[in-house]
Design a protein around this ligand. Structure first.
Ligand SMILES: Nc1ncnc2c1ncn2[C@@H]1O[C@H](COP(=O)(O)OP(=O)(O)OP(=O)(O)O)[C@@H](O)[C@H]1O
Ligand SMILES: [Mg+2]
Length: 314
């Protein structure tokens, strides 16, 4: 089973309006679509479409938290959240008549110490049931900034695999516990290493250095250019074919999900890369976030190019 950790769950509300966003105006919403949000929940949906068993965990609270659970149940995603005192946040995405999107992201309410302790003790039991665990997104207020490090240590002690996909301080702190895999984009790598990267060689060097620190798989995602993978088996570049892109939100999450699936099925790392590039690229062709058509992914898979990169790893 694959477990996804989402500490900062949200109810994602997609508003469609027949006008443009103008401050000081009353704007009527023509349709509203609610989804269970937070990056880890996108991962959950993609794992489910891939056909693997998935369990979503994290914190939810109040009526919004209950609605998130209901939405997951509708999608047949098993979940086991710790219920907290604070209400789960809303994130609003407004799509205007010109298909331009404006987002309002709440940061998430306070989580209390006893709630964090409860999560850690429940999580310990969940690890035993999981093969691969993904940890995604931001950390809500009140939760220690090094929580991901704590969780990664617990997972590794039990010999399970863990993928960390976050940014800023949570990423800096999290990698200290050496997760099995990280999937930064170029911006996140720059932030992590505190440098500005101007070409592919520098990007490769940075990824190799992170791998040398003890992260088994360093995957750097490059949007339409696919992804680089640095691992003991070698260095590879996976490139999708040119596609009709409709929505790239959740592409990173789809890539994480597909790697989790590949690792749990025992694919070689190179095979995991090919699979993950095709699933994430198929997500870019789907209107809904954290979703893809199986046939589209299969077609892309047959056209993904995997190149060995000759780069001195010593
Ligand atoms: N325009 C695109 N065309 C084809 N594939 C894409 C495109 N954008 C993203 N992908 C696929 O999705 C993967 C992850 O995308 P990206 O590098 O944008 O991740 P990210 O920045 O982490 O995104 P997220 O916003 O989901 O966190 C890429 O490695 C690629 O395989
Ligand atoms: Mg990302």
């Amino acid at each position: 089973m694959i477990t996804t950790v989402t500490l900062n769950v949200s109810l994602d509300k997609a508003y469609r309006i027949n006008t443009v966003v103008e401050s000081g105006k009353v704007i009527r919403v023509s349709s509203c679509n609610n989804t269970a949000g937070g990056k880890g929940l996108n991962v959950s949906r993609v794992v489910d479409i891939c056909g693997e068993k998935v369990l979503a965990t994290g914190f939810v609270g109040g009526n919004i938290g209950n609605l998130v659970e209901e939405l997951l149940e509708k999608d047949n995603i098993d979940n086991k959240f710790v219920h907290v005192k604070s209400e789960t946040r809303n994130c609003i995405n407004i799509l205007d008549e010109n298909n331009i999107s404006t987002e309002f992201l709440e940061s998430g309410e306070m989580i209390y110490d006893n709630e964090v302790e409860k999560f850690i003790s429940e999580f310990d039991k969940i690890i035993d049931l999981s093969d691969v665990i993904t940890i995604s997104g931001s950390i809500p207020k009140g939760v220690p900034i090094d929580i991901y490090s704590t969780l990664i240590k617990m997972i590794k002690e039990k010999g399970k695999k863990v993928i960390l996909d976050t940014s800023n301080q949570p990423l800096k702190e999290g990698i200290k516990a050496l997760p099995t895999m990280i999937k930064p984009n170029s911006e996140e790598i720059e932030m992590l290493l505190g440098l500005s990267i101007s070409n592919k060689t520098e990007l490769l060097e940075s990824a190799v250095n992170l791998h040398k620190k003890g992260i088994e798989l360093v995957v750097v995602s490059l949007g339409k250019d696919g992804a680089l993978l640095v691992c003991d088996e070698g260095i590879y570049h996976g490139k999708p074919p040119k596609l009709e892109v409709v929505n790239t939100v959740g592409c990173g999450d789809s890539m994480v999900a597909a790697f989790a699936v590949g690792l749990s099925r025992g694919y070689s790392y190179k095979e995991c890369l090919k699979y993950a590039v095709s699933i994430s690229a198929a997500n870019a062709m789907s209107l809904s976030t954290g979703s893809f058509e199986k046939e589209t992914a299969e077609e892309i898979y047959n056209n993904v190019e995997i190149k060995d990169i000759d780069f001195n790893i010593e």
